[in-house]
Design a protein. Structure first.
Length: 188
């Protein structure tokens, strides 16, 4: 018997977007909850959008390194972005920041809109702003926790790598300036 683990949502430029069966079940229950209260499917879809935005951030950063994203898998409380393997380890520490950056880019205007315009706003319009703003930002900060199963594990490893890179670059620059100075002096 073939086990169904993922439901394919769509394919975009060769990238497969799939949802785990458990998340699919949650979404279906959330949509059915709309029979009782419209805020249930609105909240469910808003949370799904938060997950998707995070993964799109990884896609965006991977593309900056010329890496093709192969697939995105969405689970009930996280997602996975699979891309081509980079030639150097550096992108492996930068790409995890993409999810958080995308979340913050979406969260800030949503929080601002909610803050300035929430008076008199209907709940079904306010709920997506709450999810895409406050909840999104909270999840982004949680995701930066340096735990093995979160992006923060790789994100914070970028800092010593960057400091080491800057140190080597400054050292090389000083060495080049020293040699340039000696060449200038030797040609007089």
């Amino acid at each position: 018997m073939n086990k169904i683990r993922f439901i394919k949502l769509f394919t975009y430029r060769g990238m497969r977007i799939k949802m785990h069966w458990s998340l699919t079940l949650i979404v279906i229950l959330g949509l059915l909850g709309g029979l009782l209260d419209i805020s249930v499917p609105v909240g469910t879809l808003s949370f799904l959008l938060v997950l998707f935005i995070h993964e799109l951030g990884h896609v965006w950063f991977a593309a900056r390194f010329g890496l093709k994203t192969l697939k995105i898998e969405l689970y009930p409380f996280d997602g996975r972005c699979y891309h081509q393997s980079p030639d150097t380890p550096y992108p492996n520490y930068v790409i995890p920041w993409g999810g958080v950056v995308a979340q913050v880019i979406v969260a800030i205007p949503c929080i601002a809109i909610h803050y300035f315009y929430s008076d008199g706003m209907r709940w079904r319009f306010e709920l997506p702003l709450i999810f895409l703003g406050y909840v999104n930002l909270f999840i982004a900060f949680i995701n930066l926790t340096p735990l093995k199963f979160l992006d923060g594990d790789k994100c914070w490893q970028l800092l010593p790598l960057y400091i080491s890179f800057r140190f080597r670059r400054n050292k090389a620059k000083k060495s080049e300036q020293k040699h340039r100075h000696h060449r200038t002096v030797s040609h007089k």
